[in-house]
Design a protein around this ligand. Structure first.
Ligand SMILES: Nc1ncnc2c1ncn2[C@@H]1O[C@H](COP(=O)(O)OP(=O)(O)OP(=O)(O)O)[C@@H](O)[C@H]1O
Ligand SMILES: [Mg+2]
Length: 231
């Protein structure tokens, strides 16, 4: 299943007459990590939710290769900006997702727990775990079933440098295993470290799309300059 290129054709989205995304056009053939950047309220989470299929739009606007969003639904997962977990242990949360995906492999959840280095909290109710641990558990949930695409909405915001590094490594490893990653980030040094392509939104418009290397070597408008200087 070849899910690239991603083609978004004239995507607009509004709620109660407020335009949140304005006539977005994106063509991306990037296999590695694509970063969605932009100021607060620029439409990043909304765009990810549309790509994820949580917000529904007409079929012909977005294509993954020859496939529609519905065709790729079972091959993609999303880690939300505010992770939602069940009021149960980490293990039970992961097991719930594995069951929902009909995974019967023995010790599958245990392997995921080891991979994400979350053994210590496996039997703790997720309501007691820290913010960074929540991020890790939700990434663990997202990789169950080996999706081809993972959307991560600010997966390292509010994390200390050690956790951030750990999660960046997990994301890079996924990308090296050919998982297509779309993630939002406000962290300019992070964009430089792990991003390969960047799509910059302002007020619901795509104002820049290019390789991260070019992004850091080009002259920009004051809005992007400010973002780069203070991010
Ligand atoms: N269902 C909705 N109803 C009304 N307004 C909405 C709705 N969803 C999003 N918005 C508005 O659309 C704009 C874009 O929201 P979005 O969450 O996509 O921004 P963002 O770029 O992810 O911001 P942040 O960096 O703060 O996470 C915001 O102004 C938000 O208030
Ligand atoms: Mg957001």
């Amino acid at each position: 299943m070849n899910i690239l290129p991603l083609k978004i054709h004239n995507l607009s989205y509004s709620v109660n007459g407020n335009n949140i995304l304005n006539n977005i056009n994106i063509l991306s053939d990037e296999k590695k990590i694509t970063i969605i950047a932009g100021n607060n309220g620029s439409g990043k989470s909304t765009l990810l939710k549309i790509l994820h299929g949580l917000i529904e739009i007409p079929d012909n606007i977005i294509k993954w290769g020859d496939y529609s969003i519905k065709n790729v639904k079972d091959n993609q997962t999303m880690v939300f900006q505010t992770p939602i977990l069940l009021n149960r242990t980490t293990y039970e949360n992961l097991n719930y997702v594995a069951n929902k995906k009909n995974i019967t492999e023995k010790n599958y959840v245990q392997k995921i727990i080891e991979k994400l280095n979350i053994k210590d909290i496996a039997n703790v109710n997720t309501r007691y775990i820290s913010g960074g641990e929540r991020q890790k558990v939700s990434i663990a949930m997202a990789i169950i079933g080996d999706p081809k695409i993972i959307f991560l909405d600010e997966p390292t915001s509010q994390l200390d440098p050690v956790y951030k590094n750990e999660i960046e490594n997990i994301i890079k490893n996924l990308s090296d295993l050919n998982v297509k990653i779309f993630m939002t980030s406000h962290d300019v040094s992070q964009i430089n470290r792990i991003g390969k392509e960047i799509i910059f939104l302002d007020n619901g418009n795509v104002i820049y799309q290019n390789s991260v290397t070019k992004f850091f070597n080009e002259k920009h408008c004051s809005l992007i300059n400010n973002y780069m200087n203070y991010g």
